[in-house]
Design a protein around this ligand. Structure first.
Ligand code: FAD
Ligand code: NA
Length: 389
């Protein structure tokens, strides 16, 4: 196919640009994807042993307050009424998260009303008052007081970063939400839910257009295939959603990421934990949380005698690991400025998505930024000959 535009990466950023280019501009679109499936990290599939839908790259919950994104995604899928809630195990007792009046009363063995609880937390948070927090540990104490911080945040954060919070910069957290009511909805957004037929059905629907061709198992940097960086850049408009540092051959150094190891188990029961996500707040438990995907779809006819769970272990990503969360150290930020400058100068290539911009983006943010990039860059390029980047 003689493509008008080549999109590198089939996550939500690339898929949204592809869909808009085909449906809105009538362009012929070629998607080049390194993995053997499309959908990026939102990809899910039925676990062969149980039939339960599992999110291969970590649990994905859709939520947004962006009207335009909500309208857009509903063109491809409906959403279930699933409302996300998270619990945490601390010293063998289960509390609801984010910290709310229920958590506070259970933790202190009390029956405080909102005002009493607020006053207590304010007093406890005043412990380090007058001092500028020098590390994440002090920051946590100054935000919610030592007792709640040490129970629910300190060791969990230490596990996520494999670093003592006293050694972590205060800037990692700007706020720690505490709700002085019993609302334990995890997300504050107007809309949330899970795609009724699953993520893969949604993803496939986005690229149904006959003008969209997809090449999986195809690496943009592999020069033995005809759609490589060397063959295309400067000759075809390219949307690049792979890693920013990789595109420039790590000339400014590798940007650092955290990754997650998933340990899958099949406990001998139909329901292991009664809920989809159980965090483990304490340092002595090596994993950060357990996901039980059957609970994402209580409406489905899943087997009642089998289940599947994943234990999550967080660590720094090495060269061959999946990059999941940008670390954003001072060194990363310096390199990032240079990479962004290089990206701007790269004619005919638009960098986007979480890897292409080195940013954590929720799905609604990846889709929203793709819609904006389409309006401001891609459509003007094809309609009026404006530069793509
Ligand atoms: P990606 O989905 O990462 O897609 C990039 C694609 O580019 C990949 O398919 C990759 O294989 C491909 N690619 C890379 N290099 C090359 C190359 N050289 N050649 C060809 N192809 C290449 N969001 C939510 O809204 N809710 C959640 O609950 C949620 N949970 C998450 C949990 C985890 C563990 C992670 C990591 C992310 C989570 N997200 C969640 C975020 C969500 O995954 C992103 O918003 C989404 O993946 C962004 O899409 P993208 O297109 O930017 O990137
Ligand atoms: Na560019």
């Amino acid at each position: 196919m003689e493509a008008d535009i080549v999109i590198v990466g089939s996550g939500f950023f690339g898929l949204t640009i592809a869909e808009r280019c085909a449906n809105e501009l009538g362009l012929k679109v070629l998607i080049v994807e390194k993995r053997s499936h499309i959908g990026g990290n939102a990809y899910s599939e039925a676990d062969p042993k149980t039939g339960i839908e599992v999110h291969k790259y970590g649990a994905h919950l859709f939520h947004t307050s962006n009207e335009r994104v909500w309208e857009y995604v509903n063109r491809f899928t409906s959403f279930t009424p699933y409302v996300h809630k998270v619990y945490t195990n601390h010293r063998g007792v289960v509390y609801s998260m984010p910290i709310n009046l229920g958590t506070i009363n259970q933790f202190f063995g009390a029956a405080y009303g909102p005002e009493e609880a607020r006053a207590l937390i304010q007093e406890q948070a005043g412990e380090l008052s007058g001092k500028d927090p020098e590390n994440l540990n002090d920051k946590g104490i100054s935000l919610i007081g030592r007792p709640l911080y040490e129970a629910f945040i300190k060791e969990y954060t230490g596990k996520q970063w494999q670093t003592d919070p006293k050694e972590l910069p205060a800037s990692i957290i700007s706020r720690l939400p505490v709700r002085y009511n019993y609302d334990n909805r995890y997300f504050n957004d107007t809309y949330e839910g899970l795609p009724t037929e699953g993520y893969t059905a949604w993803i496939n629907k986005m690229v149904e257009h006959p003008n969209i061709e997809i090449l999986t198992d195809t690496d943009f940097f592999d020069e033995s295939q005809p759609y490589s960086k060397a063959a295309l850049v400067g000759k075809k408009p390219v949307i690049y959603t792979g890693p920013l540092d990789k595109y420039f051959d790590y000339s400014q150094g590798a940007l650092s990421w955290r990754t997650i190891d998933f340990e899958t188990e099949y406990p001998e029961c139909g329901d292991y934990q009664g809920t989809s996500v159980m965090n483990y707040a304490d340092a002595e438990i090596p994993f950060t949380r357990i996901i039980e995907p059957r609970h994402f779809h209580p409406e489905r006819d899943y087997p009642t005698d089998k289940t599947i769970i994943m234990k999550e272990y967080s660590r720094f990503a090495e060269a061959n690991d999946e990059p999941y969360y940008p670390i954003n150290s001072d060194k990363d930020r310096e390199a990032l400025l240079e990479y962004r400058r290089l990206a701007e100068q790269e004619d005919g290539v638009l960098f986007g998505g979480r890897l292409g911009t080195y940013q954590y983006l929720d799905m609604h943010m990846a889709i929203g930024s793709a819609l904006t990039a389409f309006d401001n860059k891609v459509a003007p390029h094809f309609r009026d000959g404006k530069p793509l980047n």
